[in-house]
Design a protein around this ligand. Structure first.
Ligand code: GH3
Ligand code: MG
Ligand code: MG
Ligand code: MG
Ligand code: MG
Length: 299
């Protein structure tokens, strides 16, 4: 893990040097800003973990710097510790009300500075962990646990986004609905766990066949949806047909058995109507492919 970075923003060279000295001894990485504007710019360029902030500085003062940081969603969680000789109760209260994490009066004791920076840095670490956990949870909430592909929830949202984007920018958008043929028979013949492995293997194939920019996921059960932006119907057919023929050609090893499945597909070209209407058309064509004998793609 990299060192905790503390930005000291103070127009006094002496204060900056004293703070740097104390913090570096404790293993912090210290960067300096010579005034308020410099502090804001440095935070934007390379966000520190903690900001030590003087109040009286030329240009932007400390309160204004704090307002800037709190107004920036990327920077608002950085704990700010005021470091100032303005030490009336009003000063302290307005600093804290403005969103400062802490307030340290000049002249300060080195040991107290270190203790307060350590507390601020601890808060920042907890915040970072929380943020990482939230990001991981959000990622998980889009993923189908059996196949590792995007799930229905994400596909619904993503298709709605692509649908309106393709309407707005006037580019073609295709969707393909793929459905494993006679999958119930696979489960009945080889068992449910073998069926699961077949679905996983098919998901792996989808992942390999899709280009960057294409989105594929599990629509439900043994059905899979492809969202293909900037793709006409013949392009969608080509992708679907490649997946279909590879699936029919390569048996899957599952539970010590070699299982060959086929898939049928329906393609729809949009944008038109709604994203739901596009899937509905793809589903109607999928049904045609099933009726026509399965193991084929209908457009
Ligand atoms: P068709 O060719 O008309 O699509 O026939 P089918 O048997 O594939 O279609 P049907 O809708 O009758 O059956 C789908 C089967 O897929 C039934 C269901 O139990 C099975 N299935 C759905 N989700 C899963 C899963 O996660 N794992 C396994 N093993 N089977 C599943
Ligand atoms: Mg000053
Ligand atoms: Mg069915
Ligand atoms: Mg099926
Ligand atoms: Mg089905």
């Amino acid at each position: 893990m990299s060192a905790t970075t503390v930005l000291i923003a103070d127009d006094s060279l002496v204060i900056r040097a004293v703070v740097r000295d104390g913090l570096e001894t404790e293993g912090y990485r210290v960067v300096e800003a010579v005034d308020g504007l410099d502090a804001v710019e440095q935070c934007r360029a390379d966000p520190p973990d903690v900001v030590l902030l003087d109040v009286e500085m030329p240009g932007l003062d400390g309160y204004q710097v704090l307002t800037e940081l709190k107004g920036d969603s990327e920077l608002r969680d950085i704990p700010v510790v005021f470091l100032t000789s303005r030490s009336t109760m009003d000063d302290v209260v307005s600093g804290l009300r403005g969103g400062a994490h802490d307030y340290l009066k000049k002249p300060f004791e080195g040991a107290e500075l270190l203790a307060r920076v350590a507390a601020a840095s601890h808060v920042k670490k907890l915040q970072d962990e929380l943020q990482e956990r939230n990001a991981a949870l959000e990622e998980l909430s889009r993923i189908d646990s059996l196949t590792g592909l995007y799930n229905r929830r994400f596909l619904d949202e993503e298709l709605a986004r692509r649908h309106s984007d393709s309407l707005r920018h006037g580019y073609p958008l295709s969707v393909v609905l793929l459905d494993v043929d006679h999958f119930k028979l696979v489960n009945d013949t080889y068992g449910h766990s073998a069926g699961d492995q077949v679905l996983r293997a098919f998901a792996g194939r989808l992942r390999r066949e899709l280009r960057a920019g294409d989105v594929g996921g599990r629509w439900g059960g043994e059905e899979f949806l492809l969202i293909l932006p900037h793709t006409e119907l013949d392009g969608a057919f080509t992708v679907a047909e490649r997946i279909r023929s590879a699936t029919a050609a390569e048996p899957v090893a599952a539970d010590g058995q070699s299982i060959t499945v086929t898939v049928s597909g329906g393609c729809a070209l949009g944008p038109f109507g709604s994203s739901e209407a596009m899937v509905k058309l793809a589903d109607a064509r999928l049904y045609q492919a099933k009726l026509a004998g399965r193991n084929q793609i209908a457009t």
